[in-house]
Design a protein around this ligand. Structure first.
Ligand SMILES: N[C@@H](CCC(=O)N[C@@H](CS)C(=O)NCC(=O)O)C(=O)O
Length: 211
């Protein structure tokens, strides 16, 4: 059994997508980041950066004591290693998965996240500057992804943790003011992934008091 420290956000859904697609049993531990639960000392022991998601695997494959993991990219790699799913065993095939996973973690998440932030800034001068800077970069990243998906069905070979990581953020495209009509290859990939029952279940995980 895996404990998942979770809230209904892009980074949270990356992990529920994997867990549902791989049919793993898990137990949700809600962390209401709107109310400050992420600063609870008990949660900080699992996630010292005070962010969701995090997991505690109570039955690691080595049979030893529970393993806890924070950072969504590290969690996806851990689950891929544990299950042998959505992460190729061969190094040659794994390299593009690592590349696109790191691309997401370093850019396609932090940049649209800044768009979400600057949309809410009251000062018009600050808002305009931030929106221009981060919207331009977000659109550049969508262009990179669109060119990649023009050549490939999924971002890195077969369906992988890299697709889950990127989809978690593409799911918020309206919030970062991007129309998928401008990126037809991303749109095709997005619709194909959302047609999968496991992905749908991953996004359907709801919490009573979450928006
Ligand atoms: N790099 C981290 C980012 C996680 C992250 O930003 N989590 C947000 C929700 S999507 C959060 O917990 N925010 C609470 C806070 O910053 O206090 C990851 O990928 O796991």
């Amino acid at each position: 059994m895996i404990d998942l420290y979770y809230w209904t956000t892009p980074n949270g859904h990356k992990v529920t997508m994997f867990l549902e697609e791989a049919n793993l049993e898990y137990n949700i531990k809600p962390v209401n980041i709107g109310k400050g639960d992420q600063f609870d000392p008990a949660f900080l022991k699992v996630s010292p950066n005070n962010k969701i998601p995090a997991i505690v695997d109570r039955k690691p494959i080595d049979g030893g004591k529970p393993i806890s993991v924070f950072e969504s990219g590290a969690i996806l790699l851990y689950l891929g290693e544990k299950t042998g799913k959505f992460l190729p065993a061969s190094l040659r095939e794994r390299v593009p998965v690592l590349e696109w996973l790191m691309w997401q973690m370093g850019g396609f998440g932090p940049m649209p996240g800044q768009v979400h932030h600057f949309r809410m800034v009251e000062s018009e001068i600050d808002r305009r500057y931030g929106l221009k800077r981060y919207s331009d970069e977000t659109r550049r990243l969508y262009g990179v992804l669109d060119r990649r998906l023009a050549q490939a069905e999924f971002v890195a070979g077969d369906l992988s943790v890299a697709d889950f990581a990127i989809l978690g953020w593409a799911w918020r495209h309206e919030r970062h003011q991007v129309s998928l009509d401008e990126y037809p290859n991303v749109k095709r990939w997005y619709e194909a992934l959302f047609a999968r029952p496991g992905v749908q279940r991953g996004f359907a995980v709801k919490l009573d008091d979450a928006a």
